[in-house]
Design a protein around this ligand. Structure first.
Ligand code: BES
Ligand code: ZN
Length: 598
């Protein structure tokens, strides 16, 4: 057994992969909606060092029934003490040869899983289950080594009630399932080794619509038609991404539209991105989210952050690539709009984090003793993307694009650390030391703040919206503003540009002219509601309550509850609304909000 623990080990996993590592997981699970449990077994293939006597797995809230070897004989195991963030290590005696089988069941409050009652779905007549693994929640439903540096292939057999369908982040082997004694069974297989946070499941009344030769959408029957028109450009996005990044290696690219409690905008589960229904704006205006999740098929899923401190490798590359895909499909002017809005989000986030000197503005973020979720700010996304934009500018786009493609090829199906990225780019792109010095690469990655050499994005398409906001701020009447044909992003920019001192009657004028409180575009409504809370614009409060009760996307509900809690009048409102909304939210969202609405 190795005595030396690698310096770049993942501090968010109990696993000791240098002694013994899981290489394949075979699941056989039954979804019990009454008990809110997944129960069955996980058979783990293990690779181990000579002389290794045990393997350490990650678990959280799992009931372990027994552990057996390939011969069926019981293997000794011990569950260690529970850490509130990491859960409990499960240490299993290694058999002489063969796989180990863990028989187990999940807890009804497993943080990865949300069990929805029929009333929480669009169709209202069937229950629904879905999982969210990133960052360290897979251990709440699968006993395995839950570290992004420990890649595993998987297969699964999932038994569900007869009228439901199961979807997983893997190739389906049984299109419509097969009869099982206690329901219908669906089988899946993922033959590429992936980090365990990408193992995902959804079970519900799901329909499918094809969008192109290898793209399609799953959603409840009432939602799938609208989703199919919204996502009409999906196939061309895949084609554009391939031109930029190299072949798409996962086979199909489908999107599953989840019920509105899904805590994220999107989650890049391989072969099937999970997405919030709040991107169904009716006018394709929020599909950049799909460009983002699609980009993860390379940055994140093909080349994965080895630890959560390297998260910027996933999200910074993805945010950069997302805008390159948008540029290829919709043109540079439109992509620049997203670059400017992202740059603004970064500035706002840095303020929230306490300013430029905050340690959370470091790309390679220090997560000692913290939940990796704490590192999921706009910094890895936007500062990461800004760094890649700067490198692109320094070496020229042609050269950078060659590097990007080769980077994904060199590291495909591998997890890498920030140090490995640095070594790679020094050998393959920044061979001229003076170019690296000009970029100030190490400052960007290891120091707080945004270095002054950042490239500031510009978007002429937003100029008019900025001017109209200024005119309104100077006292122009709302009905005199020129807003014809504005895109969602122009409206967002307009709202962000309005001064923070507008009195309630001016908000009323805007609301009357533009119907903000009644907008169905979730991003525009969100921006409006933030403003309404800050100025205590009472007439928008019913819309606020409706919005908070109708969806649980953390990006929307967190700032709204935070803003409410900052005001005297809002505190009681926040508590009242949260008490009603909380039972409908996913654990990812309630965990964040419980700390805010107290
Ligand atoms: N992988 C992330 C979601 C995530 C991050 C889940 C960290 C758990 C921990 C996903 O790709 C993402 O970034 N989603 C964004 C949308 C995107 C367009 C910025 C979201 O959910 O808002
Ligand atoms: Zn992402």
């Amino acid at each position: 057994m190795t005595e030396t623990i690698p310096a770049d080990r993942d501090i968010h996993s109990y696993a000791r992969p240098w002694d013994a590592r899981v290489t394949h997981v075979a699941l056989d699970l039954t979804a019990d909606f009454a008990a809110k449990t997944l129960a069955g077994s996980a058979v783990l293939d293990v690779q181990h060092a000579a002389g290794a006597k045990e393997i350490v797995l990650d678990t959280k809230g799992l009931t372990i029934e027994r552990v057996t070897g390939a011969d069926g004989a019981a293997l000794k195991f011990v569950l260690g003490t529970a850490d509130p963030i990491l859960g409990r290590p499960l240490t299993v005696e290694l058999p002489a040869t063969g796989a180990i089988t863990v028989a187990y069941r999940t807890s009804p409050d497993a943080a990865a899983l949300q069990w929805l009652a029929p009333a929480q779905t669009a169709g209202k007549s069937h229950p629904y289950l879905y999982s969210q693994g990133q960052a360290i929640l897979t251990r709440t439903w699968i006993p395995t080594q839950d570290s992004p540096g420990i890649r595993q292939t998987y297969d699964a057999r999932i038994t569900v009630p007869r009228e439901l369908r199961a979807v997983m982040s893997a190739e389906p082997l049984t299109a419509d399932g097969e009869d099982a004694p206690n329901g219908r069974a669906f089988r899946f297989r993922m033959t590429h080794a992936i980090p365990p946070y990408l193992i995902a499941i959804a079970v519900g009344d799901l329909a499918f619509r094809s969008l192109g030769p290898r793209t399609g959408v799953y959603a409840e029957p009432a939602v799938v038609g609208g989703a199919a028109s919204e996502f009409a450009d999906l196939e061309s996005m895949v084609t554009a991404a391939e031109a930029l990044l190299g072949p798409y290696l996962w086979g199909r690219y489908d999107v599953l539209v989840l019920p509105p409690s899904f805590p994220f905008g999107g989650m890049e589960n391989p072969m099937v991105t999970f997405a919030t229904p709040t991107i169904l704006a009716g006018d394709k205006s929020l599909v950049s989210l799909l460009a983002h999740e699609l980009a993860h098929s390379w940055s994140g899923n093909l080349v994965t952050n080895a630890t959560w401190s390297d998260f910027w490798l996933n999200e910074g590359f993805t945010t950069y690539v997302e805008r390159r895909i948008m540029e290829a499909v919709y043109g540079k002017a439109r992509a620049d709009v997203f670059r400017v809005l992202g740059w603004r989000d970064l500035a706002t986030e840095i303020d929230r984090l306490g300013g430029m000197q905050s340690k959370d503005t470091v790309l390679h973020v220090d997560l000692k003793g913290r939940d990796p979720d704490d590192g999921a700010t706009q910094v890895p996304y936007e500062k990461g993307a800004a760094l890649l934009g700067l490198i692109e500018q320094a070496v020229g786009r042609d050269k950078f694009d060659v590097y990007l493609k080769d980077y994904f090829k060199r590291h495909e199906f591998q997890s890498i650390t920030t140090a490995q990225f640095l070594a790679d780019i020094r050998v393959h792109l920044l061979t001229d030391k003076s170019v690296e010095a000009k970029i100030r690469l190490e400052d960007w990655i290891f120091q707080p703040a945004i270095p002054v050499n950042a490239v500031q994005p510009k978007a002429p398409q937003l100029t008019a919206a900025g001017e109209q906001a200024a005119a309104f701020a100077r006292g122009a009447g709302a009905s005199t503003l020129r807003t014809k044909d504005w895109s969602t992003q122009e409206w967002l920019y307009f709202l962000q540009e309005l001064p923070s001192t507008l009195p309630a009657d001016r908000l009323a004028a805007l609301d009357e002219a533009f119907g903000f409180s009644e907008r169905r575009n979730a991003e525009v409504l969100f921006e409006w509601l933030r403003m309404a809370i800050r100025r205590h614009y009472q007439p928008a409060m019913p819309a606020l309550e409706r919005f908070l009760l109708s969806q649980g996307r953390r990006k929307f509900v967190r700032p709204l509850f935070e803003d409410l809690m900052k005001t005297d009048w809002g505190k009681a409102e926040a508590k009242r609304i949260y008490a009603a909304a909380r039972p409908g939210y996913h654990a990812v969202t309630t965990q964040t909000l419980d700390a805010i609405v107290k």
